[in-house]
Design a protein around this ligand. Structure first.
Ligand SMILES: [Zn+2]
Length: 245
C-alpha cells in the first residue's frame, strides 16, 4: 500500500468510521458473503431472513449458536485496537458505526459504537415487545419467551429488515452536527464491501454535507468511486498507520 501519511485529526476535526466484515476477517471470522451466497454451508436466505426463521427456527438458532461460539473464540485485532485508541484521544469528536455483530469493537475497548445490524450477543422476542436482552447461550433448539411463549430470536438485522433506526439516526446526527458547526469531518469506511444498503450510502450522505471521505479495503469496493481517497490493504496495517497508533 506504500507510504501512508496519518490522517490529520487534530481538533476540531471529527471522525466518523464505518466498519464491515473485512475488519473481523483478520481476527479469523469468515466474511459474510451476501445474498445468494453460502454462509458456513447454508444459503444466506435460510439462516438470515425472517422467512428462513419462520420455516426452520431450530436451524437458524444452531447457525447463530455456531456464530457465537466462533466469535467468542477469536480476539480483537490491531484494527479494532487502533480504533479504540483513537476514540480515547478524540472522545466526542469520534464515532464508530459498524455493520459487524460480533462485539469485537467493544472487546477492544470501544465505547462510542453504534451497531447498525444488531448484536450477536443479544436476543429478543419475535412475539412481544420486551426489550432485547444480553445472551451468550448457544441453543440447539429455539428458546421460547417466558412472558408470551413466542419464539426468541437473535437481535440481529436480517435480509428484508431495517437497520437499527436509532443507530442510523445518531450516525446522521453526528454528520449534521459537524456540518452545522462548520467543523471538518472525516468519514472513513473500512473493510466494507459497499454493497449493503443503507450503510453503503453513508458515504454519499457524509460527502453531501462536506465530509472528506476515505475508503480502506483489501479489495476494491463496489462503491469505491464515491470516495475522495482509497487505500488498498489489510485493516490491521492500514488503520494503525492512518490513525497513527
Ligand atoms: Zn415474548
Amino acid at each position: 500500500m506504500g507510504e501512508l501519511p496519518p490522517l490529520d485529526l487534530r481538533a476540531p476535526t471529527r471522525l466518523l468510521v464505518l466498519t464491515g466484515a473485512g475488519v473481523s476477517v483478520e481476527s479469523g471470522l469468515p466474511a459474510f458473503r451476501g445474498a445468494g451466497g453460502l454462509w458456513d454451508g447454508h444459503r444466506v436466505e435460510d439462516v438470515a431472513s425472517p422467512e428462513g426463521f419462520a420455516r426452520a427456527p431450530d436451524l437458524v438458532w444452531s447457525f447463530y449458536a455456531a456464530r457465537r461460539r466462533a466469535a467468542a473464540a477469536v480476539e480483537p485485532n490491531a484494527a479494532h485496537r487502533a480504533l479504540a485508541a483513537c476514540e480515547t484521544r478524540m472522545r466526542d469528536r469520534f464515532l464508530l458505526v459498524t455493520q459487524n455483530i460480533d462485539g469485537l469493537h467493544m472487546r477492544a475497548g470501544s465505547g462510542r459504537v453504534l451497531e447498525l445490524h444488531g448484536s450477536l450477543w443479544r436476543t429478543r422476542c419475535s412475539g412481544c415487545d420486551r426489550p432485547p436482552f444480553a445472551d451468550s447461550s448457544e441453543p440447539t433448539a429455539t428458546p421460547r419467551c417466558d412472558r408470551c411463549g413466542g419464539a426468541l430470536r437473535p437481535d440481529v438485522v436480517w435480509f428484508g429488515e431495517a437497520v437499527d433506526a436509532e443507530a442510523d439516526r445518531r450516525t446522521r446526527r453526528f454528520v449534521k452536527d459537524a456540518a452545522q458547526a462548520g467543523e471538518r469531518l472525516v468519514f472513513l469506511a473500512v473493510g466494507t464491501s459497499g454493497s449493503v444498503w443503507p450503510a453503503s450510502g453513508l458515504v454519499r450522505y457524509a460527502a453531501d454535507l462536506g465530509a472528506e471521505t476515505w475508503l480502506a479495503n483489501l479489495d476494491e469496493a463496489d462503491n469505491a468511486g464515491w470516495f475522495d481517497h482509497r487505500v488498498l490493504g489489510p485493516a490491521t496495517a492500514v488503520l494503525p498507520a492512518l490513525l497513527e497508533v
